[in-house]
Write a protein that binds this ligand. Structure first.
Ligand code: NAD
Length: 484
């Protein structure tokens, strides 16, 4: 099955921080793939802007090396690579300085979409927005794309929102959460709202509970000092995991459009019960076969920042009252695996001789690796053995439907950048959503700090601290296995 590609209109995309890690690893390789796929028109122009002294030729060499490093060799077609590099140019701009802006203005063409990607530290968002607007480089149609982290707490998120709102309308601001760009995450909406089968059962009457796991095998590595100021709550839960909770829990929007979808997501965040800081399991990985302990990695034996979190969320509304959302995320766990599992209740009465609590109907949505969906169902074991039941998965894995061409599935970044060009904000966070999420996490973090809460150590390669297992055992439930 070959997906239909609809090319976007011609555009000028300026990437502030165009020489940085994110730009080299994700943004430019993603754009190359969109060109190779025929979605990005050859008339598009990509303008790298950064502080370093460089020129077009050096910048092209840098991005050419990045394509080689971050894309599989079979994706690199010499004629497309040459065409892609031709689209690139470079302007030296210090976001806080005066030079380079007139040159940038001179590069922007009339009659094409203008987008500005802020792949720089958040402290530069406001100054760049101001200069783009004041110097007439960006008009009322231009789009700006900002990266995470969007604030450190509610106050800083409000300040960031205000610094952007002073120069751009909310309809021009695209706040990236790359989890929302994943194929399966969007498929979650397609499955819920495009079928009759699931939505009638999508509530506390039929859903026993929901599990969301985002597990990593890596530690904080070289980012130790940075990570230690942040922790899993700010790095993963406030944004990615709460966004996933929203997509699962939201009411059907009237239309698939940006404000209809985001209004419904916002209602979910506002319906989240406040959490008691002590009810959340926090952990730090101990030293093990994968490397040093968290405390050694961050170079602070007294650090109280968590590299693991597990919690039981409650969404207090008519649809979800009584159905827990168990959420966990952590580093140095047993496998790299992200999964959402909707665990349906048992049939009300069993006519077969099987134990209760089988939970044979589980819709599992895998975000990485191997994006895909499976629905567990109970059937009769084939053969003459009488009425014996077995659970089998109905596989909805995209790789199979699309043949072996995994590359046909665009990466989250490339999909989201194309949405920016199309002017579609549905998969981007609105300012009020981000603030509502911080308003929920702030008191929890403040509670840990006030109590001097110390995270529990956990073994590398495990599923996290034992307390995380207890969180479900207490409720007579079990976490799903973290499988690669
Ligand atoms: P980086 O340090 O590798 O690159 C920063 C870029 O910004 C460089 O091109 C640098 O020249 C430029 N820059 C720095 N100061 C500047 C200034 N005053 N004026 C103009 N340009 C300036 O950082 P990165 O890892 O690419 O991250 C960029 C942004 O993306 C950050 O906000 C980061 O939090 C976010 N982010 C990064 C990743 C990632 O995987 N790297 C993932 C998610 C979010």
């Amino acid at each position: 099955m070959v997906a239909r590609i609809i090319p976007v209109e011609p555009f000028d995309l300026v990437i502030f921080g165009g020489t940085g890690d994110l730009a080299r690893r994700k943004i430019f390789p993603g754009l190359y793939r969109r060109l190779a796929d025929g979605q990005m028109p050859p008339e598009a122009r990509l303008i790298g802007a950064a502080r370093s002294d460089s020129d077009d030729a050096e910048f092209r060499a840098l991005i050419s090396a990045a394509l080689e490093e971050f894309l599989p060799a079979e994706n690199l077609r010499p004629e497309i690579v040459a065409q892609f590099l031709e689209m690139l140019s470079y302007v030296k701009i210090d976001a806080l300085g005066e030079g380079g802006w007139p040159e940038l203005k001179g590069k922007m063409r009339e009659g094409v979409v203008h987008a500005f990607y802020f792949s720089v530290a958040p402290s530069l968002f406001g100054p760049i927005a101001e200069r783009l607007k004041e110097r007439g480089i960006a008009d009322g149609q231009a789009r700006i794309v900002v990266e995470k982290p969007f604030g450190h707490d509610l106050a800083s998120a409000k300040a960031l929102n205000a610094s952007l709102a002073a120069h751009f309308d909310e309809t021009q601001i695209y706040r990236i959460d790359h989890y929302l760009g994943k194929e399966t995450v969007q498929n979650l909406m397609a499955v819920r709202f495009g079928n009759m089968l699931f939505e009638p059962l999508w509530n506390s009457q039929y859903v026993d509970h929901i599990q969301i796991t985002v597990a990593e095998t890596v530690g904080v590595g070289g980012r130790g000092e940075y990570y230690d100021r942040i922790g899993a709550m700010r790095d993963m839960v406030q944004n990615h995991l709460l966004q996933l909770v929203c997509l699962i829990a939201m009411e059907p929007p009237a239309r698939y459009d940006h404000d209809a979808v985001r209004d419904e997501k916002l209602k979910v965040i506002r319906a989240l019960d406040p959490m008691e800081p002590d009810d959340i399991v926090r952990g730090q990985y101990a030293a093990g076969p994968g490397g040093p302990s968290y405390l050694e990695d961050v170079g602070d034996p007294r650090s109280r920042t968590e590299s693991f979190l597990a919690m039981r969320l409650e969404v207090s509304n008519w649809r979800w009252a009584g159905t827990p959302f168990y959420v966990r995320t952590g580093k140095r766990l047993k496998a790299r695996a992200s999964e959402i599992a909707i665990v349906f209740k048992d049939a009300p009465h069993s006519i077969f001789d099987v134990p209760r609590g089988r939970h044979s109907n589980i819709l599992s949505i895998r975000l990485q690796p191997n994006e895909g969906m499976q629905l567990g169902v109970t059937i009769k074991e084939p053969g003459p053995g009488g009425m014996r039941l077995i659970d089998v998965p109905l596989d909805m894995t995209f790789a199979e439907a699309l043949g072996d061409d995994h590359d046909a599935i665009p990466d989250a970044y490339e999909r989201l950048i194309m949405d920016v060009i199309r002017g579609n904000q549905t998969l981007f966070m609105r300012g009020d959503e981000v603030e509502a999420a911080w308003a929920w996490t702030d008191p929890v973090i403040a509670g840990w700090e006030a109590r001097g809460h110390i995270p529990s150590p956990y073994d590398q390669g495990s599923s996290g601290p034992d307390d995380a297992l207890m969180l479900l055992h207490r409720d007579g439930r079990r976490w799903r296995e973290i499988r690669p």
